[in-house]
Structure formats: structure tokens, C-alpha cells
Design a protein around this ligand. Structure first.
Ligand code: GLN
Length: 184
């Protein structure tokens, strides 16, 4: 989804792992997609732009209907079921049974890099966090990434969400995992 935020970096990462990409700005751009990335940026702005462009219902219905989705940072908030510290009336799609707190790492930790643990992979992943949401409750999702014992990546069905920015890390493992999810 290319309304706002760090979509260009996702395009580069996805193409580097062998995917073909399309920028989604209009409802018509969704036709025939095998998967959708909802990038980092600002969840409130992105939600407003989706509404303004007539995309909101179409994207929510596609993703909730099983279109494989990867939400990063703001994208995680958009896929969430429960949002704390959102703006008034801010709602997520409810695709993932998670509760998140916007900008939940606090001011002193607005942006930081720190190694993460991925499930089933002993090699640490370089986590890039930028005003990231905190996962308050991972609900019934499968936790696929942790930072200091806290969930920062989850998967449920064919949707994945990460509190950090894998597209800015230079490490393609999570884009590869998303591609596997799309192909599964
Ligand atoms: N704080 C932003 C939001 O609420 C997310 C930041 C990001 O995507 N890097 O949407």
C-alpha cells in the first residue's frame, strides 16, 4: 500500500527476494494481488488517506477475507484489534487478535536499534524501531519475534505484523517469510 510511509523500501526488499510488486493507491489496484504490505508511517494519516481514497473497506475486507498481509509498525496498528493511545475514533481492522499501544516505547526510546529473536532461527535479527507500537497482548496470535521477552512480531492465519521496520534493516529474512506465507 503506497499511500504514505516507507513503502519504497518494502518494494526494494520484496523485489530482492524475488517478488513482483505493484503500488496500491486505488481500489482497482487491489485486483489480482497475492499479498499486501501495509508499511510503516503514521497509522492515523494512513487510515484517513484510505478513507479518502475509498480504499478503507476494500482493504479491510480483502485482508480480513484472507489476502496475505504484512503490516509493519503503523501497518501493525492498522491490522490490530485493540488500539490504545490512538486518536479519537481510531480503529484497526481487527485482522489480528492483538492489543497495541501507539508510540508505546516512550519518548526516550522513540527510535532505536536492537537485536531481536525470531522463532525457529538462532541468528538475531536487527530490529529498527521508530515510534513503534508496543504489543500489550498477543491474544491468540503466534508470536514470531521477540525483543527482551516482549512480542514484537505476530502471525495469525495469513496475516503477519511487526512492530519494527524490517525493510530498513538490510536483512531480508522476514520478507522471505512473508513470501512463503503468500505462497503457502
Ligand atoms: N507511531 C506511528 C503510528 O502511530 C507508527 C510509526 C511507524 O510506523 N514508524 O502510526
Amino acid at each position: 500500500m503506497a499511500l504514505q510511509g516507507a513503502f519504497a523500501e518494502h518494494v526494494r526488499a520484496l523485489e530482492a527476494v524475488g517478488a513482483r510488486t505493484r503500488l496500491v493507491r486505488l481500489k482497482e489496484d487491489l485486483a489480482g494481488l497475492d499479498g499486501l504490505v501495509i508499511p510503516g508511517g503514521e497509522s492515523t494519516t494512513m487510515t484517513m488517506l484510505m478513507q479518502r481514497m475509498g480504499l478503507y473497506d476494500a482493504v479491510r475486507d480483502a485482508v480480513n477475507g484472507g489476502l496475505p498481509a504484512l503490516g509493519t509498525c503503523a501497518g501493525m496498528i492498522i491490522l490490530a484489534d485493540r488500539i490504545s493511545d490512538g486518536i479519537e475514533g481510531q480503529r484497526g481492522f481487527g485482522t489480528l487478535d492483538i492489543a497495541v499501544r501507539r508510540n508505546g516505547y516512550g519518548r526516550q526510546l522513540e527510535s532505536f536499534e536492537s537485536p531481536l529473536q525470531l522463532d525457529g532461527d538462532p541468528e538475531a535479527f536487527p530490529g529498527v524501531f521508530i515510534r513503534a507500537p508496543v504489543v500489550l497482548d498477543a491474544g491468540t496470535t503466534e508470536v514470531i519475534a521477540q525483543h527482551e521477552g516482549r512480542p514484537v512480531g505476530v502471525r495469525q492465519g495469513r496475516a503477519m505484523a511487526l512492530a519494527f521496520h524490517p525493510e530498513l534493516s538490510g536483512d531480508l529474512r522476514l520478507h522471505r517469510r512473508f513470501l512463503e506465507l503468500v505462497r503457502s
